[in-house]
Ligand binder design. Structure first.
Ligand code: SF4
Length: 356
């Protein structure tokens, strides 16, 4: 369970092309001890099964370790007191790879921080430079090494479709991140937001966002690679907000409010395709009924039945999909001689080889 505390970014010296954080140079207007305590009690009242919940207070909204030392220490001491009173179990914050060093890590360890999320975006230096990130892939490796050495959990955020990015580079970034073995990752497709450098590049014809299809397809392969490496993905796709709409702040790009669901549906497509080929499934009429956990029926079928249409058009096989309460999530099954044959997600991940 996460209790998010927004920390406004103060005078960020960077100019990442996709970012629309207004540069705030004036006085700090962030959370106070009272507002954080009030937020924690409000959230705690809404959590079901509070006894068994693991609650993290998360400082989001900028590069936490880049703000003034006294402000960081004030916020962290509020969090530490809440942790000591057992009102929260962990402290999480997000920052940039180049704002991690031994001194910073000493402070975070001293205040009982449990998780650091790093905005990495890409492990390709050309993509990082074209996106004006101001750090290199080498600095990401150093930062992850320092965080891991401290015993604090590390999460990595990646973006797809930044300037100079392509499918190969996204998969290269995925493989390099897997080598770093983070505790979790998030994946966001790059969209063009109003009042950003990317919007200017887009209007000048110097940046072309990925299509939704490219973003879904690439993200599905990345998700399979991370799952094969047992690295959890805690989010795929941007959180829907009132302003993240075409005609409001969103100008262009592969945005979909259910991006994560579309990716999960594409993973099922790979899984079905793999088992169809591996086990030569289907009868003489090229018809096959597949079963899945009821919660995953819509993912298995795909949006507007697109997985069913895909197999009809590409493999000439007519699939029917039926829910079955007895199946585990991630599994697909079919009936053979009145016996259910189940193919688990684990079996798929262990056998599936991505060749590109
Ligand atoms: S993404 Fe983060 S580091 Fe980059 S400009 Fe925005 S606030 Fe600064």
């Amino acid at each position: 369970m996460i209790i998010p505390i927004f920390v406004p970014h103060m005078g960020c010296p960077h100019t990442c092309v996709f970012c629309n954080q207004r540069k705030i140079a004036g006085s700090f207007m962030g959370p106070t001890a009272e507002s954080v305590k009030a937020m924690v009690s409000t959230y705690r009242e809404t959590f079901p099964d509070l006894e068994n919940a693991y609650i993290e207070l998360a400082f989001y909204g900028g590069s936490f370790t880049g703000i003034r030392d006294d402000i960081q220490e004030n916020l962290l001491s509020i969090a530490l007191k809440l942790k000591q009173k057992h009102l929260i179990d962990g402290i999480r914050l997000s920052t940039r790879p180049d704002y991690i060093n031994p001194e910073v890590m000493n402070r975070l360890v001293g205040f009982g921080v449990t998780t650091v999320e790093l905005g990495v975006q890409s492990m390709d230096d050309e993509v990082l430079a074209a996106s004006q990130r101001g750090h290199t892939a080498g600095q990401v490796e150093e930062a992850v090494g320092l965080i891991k050495k401290s015993g604090i959990k590390v999460g990595i955020q990646l973006m797809l479709g930044l300037p100079k990015d392509n499918r190969e580079k996204a998969l290269y970034s995925t493989r390099r991140v897997i080598e770093l073995n983070p505790d979790f990752v998030r994946i966001y497709p790059t969209v063009v937001i109003r009042e950003t450098s990317l919007a200017s590049l887009y209007f000048q014809g110097l940046f072309k966002p990925w299509t939704l299809e490219t973003a879904i397809d690439t993200c599905a392969i990345m998700a399979i690679l991370f799952a094969q490496a047992d690295i959890p993905i805690i989010r795929m796709g941007l959180q829907a907000t009132d302003n993240l709409l075409f005609g409001k702040d969103l100008i262009a790009g592969p945005y979909h409010p259910a991006f994560g669901e579309l990716v999960k549906s594409r993973i099922f497509r790979h899984q079905i395709e793999f088992f169809l080929n591996e086990y030569k499934l289907g009868n003489e009429e090229n018809e096959l009924t597949l079963y899945c956990h009821p919660k995953e029926l819509s993912q298995l079928k795909g949006q507007k039945n697109e997985n069913i249409t895909y197999f009809q058009n590409n493999c000439n096989i007519k699939l029917s999909m039926v829910p079955d309460n007895n199946l585990k999530q991630g599994s697909i099954a079919f009936m053979e001689n009145c016996v259910t044959k189940e193919f688990s997600r684990r079996e798929f991940l262990d056998k599936y080889r991505i060749t590109y």
